[in-house]
Design a protein around this ligand. Structure first.
Ligand code: NAP
Length: 301
């Protein structure tokens, strides 16, 4: 039997409705309007498109957005100064730097400048550490979106074999950590993995985020597996596809996400979600004390 197709657009739309209601309620109760600052460096068309989508999604949810655009040759210090000023701006609850940055800018330094309490993308070192120890401050948006899709479909994670293909800092690694936190047995594969299929065939839940079209073929997937395709690839003929042979694998899997229309719509949605959570924390509504870095770094004894 063909797999059930997980409709990311539908799930995202229902979470966005929930977001809109949270924004309205926060505003009514406290006068606080969630604000997201989006920083774009350079003129990469894909990045400009993603930023445009984020700004539009904010407007639809009632979130105020602040777009800061810089030329590709901006110096790192100017960028850092902008982030520092946004850190101190009480109308800004989330700060996002659209990646990738030009090569001359040290991405780690930039990401570390973002106030942990406003790091709604979840890429600050402190946030990553929180994920590792199971004390998440802001879950990174794409893996968070995947978790919400699994929850929506009532797909159990505990005790299942999960294989994550792709080990990047923004998708693969946090994805693996989030599913491990939910008691799955997780393997992570990457470009140097020998014989990828020997791992993927064991997966009850297979999450693929490699950026390689047709990487996952039907013979690499267990019958009845859940297949989540995070990949976004533009083919020479202009079509957008994922990393999974969708038509082949859907004949074998129990669930599968399409590309487009699967994980993609969830990423922006979870960004809105995190931004609202941040504003609610500022207003004292959402519980989640953010421990400051200085505390963590205090010498023992
Ligand atoms: P990335 O930084 O390029 O990382 C790709 C990962 O895949 C790396 O860990 C790489 O291994 C691994 N890999 C590459 N070729 C492989 C192969 N043949 N077999 C096994 N592993 C392989 O990419 P990313 O930022 O994580 O994004 C991955 C994909 O997801 C891209 O298509 C991207 O467009 C898409 N994406 C989608 C969303 C969304 O909202 N749906 C969000 C973010 C990203 P090494 O570490 O060994 O190099």
């Amino acid at each position: 039997m063909a797999a059930k197709i997980i409709d990311g657009k539908k799930v995202a739309a229902s979470i966005r409705l929930e977001c809109k209601a949270r924004v309205a309620s926060l505003r009514e109760r406290t006068g606080v309007v969630p604000g997201l600052a989006v920083i774009l460096v350079g003129d990469n068309p894909a990045s400009a498109l993603y930023v445009g989508n984020k700004v539009k999604a904010c407007a639809e949810a009632g979130i105020r957005s602040f777009r800061r655009q810089f030329p590709a040759d901006i110096d790192a210090d100017t960028l850092i100064a902008t982030i520092e000023s946004l850190n101190h701006d009480p109308t800004v609850h989330g700060i996002l730097v659209q990646l990738p940055l030009p090569e001359h800018i040290d991405m780690r330094r930039v990401l570390k400048t973002i106030d942990v309490a406003k790091d709604v993308d979840g890429f600050h070192l402190y946030n990553v550490g929180g994920l590792v120890v199971g004390d998440t401050i802001f879950p990174p948006c794409t893996p968070y979106g995947v978790v919400r899709l699994l929850e929506y479909e009532n797909i159990p994670v505990e005790g299942r074999n999960v294989v994550v293909v792709g080990a990047s800092n923004i998708v693969g690694k946090p994805m693996a950590l989030m599913l491990m936190q939910r008691e799955a047995t997780v393997s992570i594969c990457h470009a140097k993995t020998r014989d990828l299929a020997q791992f993927t065939i064991l997966a009850d839940i297979l999450v693929v985020a490699a950026g390689k079209p047709n990487l996952i073929l039907p013979q690499m997937v267990r019958s009845g597996a859940v297949v989540i395709d995070v990949g976004i690839n533009r083919l020479p003929d202009g079509r957008i596809v994922g990393d999974v042979d969708f038509e082949g694998v859907r004949q074998k899997a129990a669930y599968i996400t399409p590309v487009p229309g699967g994980v993609g719509p969830m990423t922006v949605t979870m960004l809105l979600f995190n931004t609202i959570t941040s504003a609610e924390r500022t207003a004292g509504i959402a519980s989640r004390a953010v421990v400051k870095e200085e505390v963590l770094l205090e010498p023992e004894g």
